[in-house]
Write a protein that binds this ligand. Structure first.
Ligand code: NI
Length: 169
């Protein structure tokens, strides 16, 4: 397993609509293992394949905090089939380092997809897990949490972020 480089906004790979996984093969298993390693190393609670430069519909999520503990989830071709309620909470992203913002998300979701062996799975989630799943699935459609800010907040974010990118490290 290896820790991969996490692509940062405004890398164009983060804007691409990722392609569905068609073959559950050894190369895919390696990608999944590397994504898990990369998520833990960051550390983060979720990672989508475009964030490591792979435009494929693969996400890994591991919410494991005192308030909420869940097993590691690997999903191929995930789809949100049901949304319920609304909740606003702070959110950040490994591809947008140094920024958090209050983002509105569905309070509860039902997600369908395949597990890492290609078997169909359905997950009903609420709380932080629901938020993490919505955030990671957005990545597969080229969306970042900043796209869910109000236009004024987003423009303010963009200016500050780009200015910071130009500063010497
Ligand atoms: Ni993210």
């Amino acid at each position: 397993m290896s820790v991969l480089e996490i692509k940062k906004y405004p890398d164009p790979v983060l804007r691409r609509k990722a392609l569905p996984v068609e073959n559950v093969d050894g190369a895919l298993q390696r990608l999944i293992d590397d994504m898990i390693e990369t998520m833990y190393a960051a550390p983060g609670i979720g990672l989508a394949a475009p964030q490591v430069g792979e435009s494929r519909r693969v996400v890994v999520v591991h919410v494991n905090l005192n308030e909420e503990e869940h097993p590691l989830i690997v999903l191929l071709n995930p789809e949100i089939v049901e949304y319920d309620g609304k909740v606003v909470s702070e959110e950040g992203c490994l591809s947008v380092p140094g920024y958090v913002s209050s983002i509105e998300r569905a309070a509860m979701v039902i997600v369908r997809g395949l597990d890492r062996e290609g078997r169909p799975v359905e997950i009903e989630a609420e709380g932080l897990l629901a938020r993490a799943l919505q955030h990671e699935i957005d990545h597969l459609d080229g969306l970042l949490f900043v796209d869910r800010m109000s236009p004024i907040k987003r423009e303010f974010f963009r200016k500050r972020y780009m200015r910071r990118l130009k500063e010497p490290a």
